[in-house]
Design a binder for this molecule. Structure first.
Ligand code: 4AD
Ligand code: MG
Length: 438
């Protein structure tokens, strides 16, 4: 058998006989010619079957192939300027592995509901394929950046005894005789324990929120990466975030240009993502919204103290051509663990990073309260049970240090980098209010 080649590396085999193992993406017949678009997961290539040059069984086998049939093909790689990718395969032999039943997803238009039901197959389609490979690159980039800078990955539990990001969106389950357990909304509290052990850590995994909202940017199960750094203040935290996101975006441009092309992404927007990022305070946002709310559909003036909604974020982010930090939110609008501003305790040392083009929040982060007493007081004020958080307050009793961290939602980052409207396509199997199949 000739050398097994992958389509991504096909250029290494010009004018050589190779074996390809994969699937039939598309087929076109024209007299004595059959054109097979083959895919093997790494790319696409056109195979040409020319009746006078192959055995009759081979031509018959090509004729019998249906869309998505699996097959092993032998042929010779030909450089061809007109071919997408620059190469074509002149097919000599076809060995079908399985002739696919009539494939439900055809090149014609399908509705989103249908495609979501067929998600297990839809991930093979070229746009979805590009999008999820881009996701894999982003996931690799966001870990490698940290690994190369002395961060230690510190895995945090998914089954947890108490809330960390509000109590209204918890998924719960009975945990043997120990009462309810909740699916983690964040790994942050636990990653803070790791931070005190290693200095710089991150957790990366699925997080869960029983969000009853049906928006284009909410999933009930999403992946979050959460770095946490000892001795970092609010300012250090923002610096790291802008370096981090810029690295991720530039790396996608370098390594996944093909996928971004399939996705028809405007690359100029991405090229601009370089530090520093603009900043605006929450107070300035309130004024901005008061003046301009009528410019954005569904936008209403903000009462000081309210958290921003999607229309407010859209209004802010539309004014910048780079991601923008909104800083110093009202303490009451955010989580209990945020360090208050030293001169204005009614606002916190926190920031959300909003992506441009109306994508809105992709990162939430803050400096954390490092004083045990203040933290305990906040837990009670936020209506939580102090005894549930004993270990977390403990972290402030044994060598407490100022520290900061942030959480970046992978699906929202993928949606923005890819220029995809709805985040349901950015994860292989999305979980939403009305979807748990497949
Ligand atoms: O702003 P959030 O709630 O912050 C935290 O969970 C902190 N504990 C993070 C930290 O400081 N370590 O969530 C962080 C990010 C958001 O900016 C958003 O990108 C994403 O998580 N996110 C969601 N993504 C998809 N669907 C949802 N329902 C999301 N909720 C938050
Ligand atoms: Mg947030």
């Amino acid at each position: 058998m000739a050398q097994i080649a992958s389509i991504a590396q096909i250029g290494d085999y010009a004018e050589q006989a190779i074996t390809l193992r994969g699937w039939l993406y598309h087929k076109r017949e024209k007299g004595k010619l059959i054109f097979l678009i083959l895919r093997d997961g790494s790319g696409y290539i056109q195979g040409v079957v020319f009746e006078p040059e192959v055995a009759p069984e081979t031509f018959e086998a090509a004729k019998a192939l249906s869309q998505e049939s699996s097959l092993i093909v032998r042929g010779t790689v030909r450089a061809d300027e007109r071919a997408p990718g620059g190469y074509e395969l002149s097919v000599q032999d076809i060995q079908p592995v399985q002739i696919a039943e009539e494939y439900p997803i055809t090149p014609k238009e399908h509705g989103i509901g249908f495609l979501m039901e067929q998600r297990h197959l839809w991930v093979r389609s070229s746009k979805q394929h590009a999008l999820l490979r881009l996701r894999a690159e982003i996931e690799a980039a966001c870990q490698e950046y940290l690994n190369e800078r002395g961060f230690v990955r510190f895995d945090t539990p998914i089954l947890t005894p108490c809330a960390a990001e509000g109590t209204s969106n918890l998924f719960s389950t009975q945990y043997f005789d120990l009462g309810p357990a909740y699916l983690a909304q964040t790994g942050q509290l636990y990653v803070e324990a790791g931070m005190m052990a290693y200095g710089k850590v991150y957790c990366f995994g699925p997080t869960f929120r029983a969000e009853k909202s049906k928006t284009r940017r909410h999933l009930t199960e999403f992946w979050m990466i959460e770095p946490e750094m000892a001795f970092y203040d609010h300012e250090d935290n923002l610096k790291l975030q802008e370096e981090y996101l810029s690295y991720i975006v530039q790396r996608c441009l370098e390594r996944r240009a093909e996928d971004l092309e399939v996705l028809e992404r405007d690359l100029d927007v991405l090229r601009r993502v370089q530090p520093p990022f603009p900043r605006i305070t929450y107070d300035e946002v309130v004024e901005l919204v008061a003046r301009h709310y009528h410019e954005v559909e569904g936008c209403t003036p903000l009462d000081w103290g309210d958290d921003l909604g999607a229309p407010h974020e859209a209004l802010v982010s539309q004014r910048y051509d780079k991601p923008v930090f909104v800083t110093h939110y009202p303490t009451q609008a955010k989580a209990f663990y945020m360090e208050p501003h030293p001169e204005r305790p009614e606002v916190s040392l926190c920031a959300d990073l909003l992506a441009p083009e109306g994508y809105g929040e992709i990162i939430g982060g803050s400096q954390r309260i490092h004083d045990a007493e203040l933290l305990a007081q906040r837990i009670v004020e936020w209506g939580l049970r102090l005894e549930d958080y004993g270990w977390y307050v403990d972290l402030r009793r044994y060598g407490s240090v100022p520290h900061s961290g942030f959480g970046m939602g992978i699906e929202r980052v993928v949606a923005w980098i890819a220029g995809i409207h709805h985040i349901r396509e950015t994860i292989p199997f999305p979980r939403m209010l009305y979807r748990i199949y497949p």
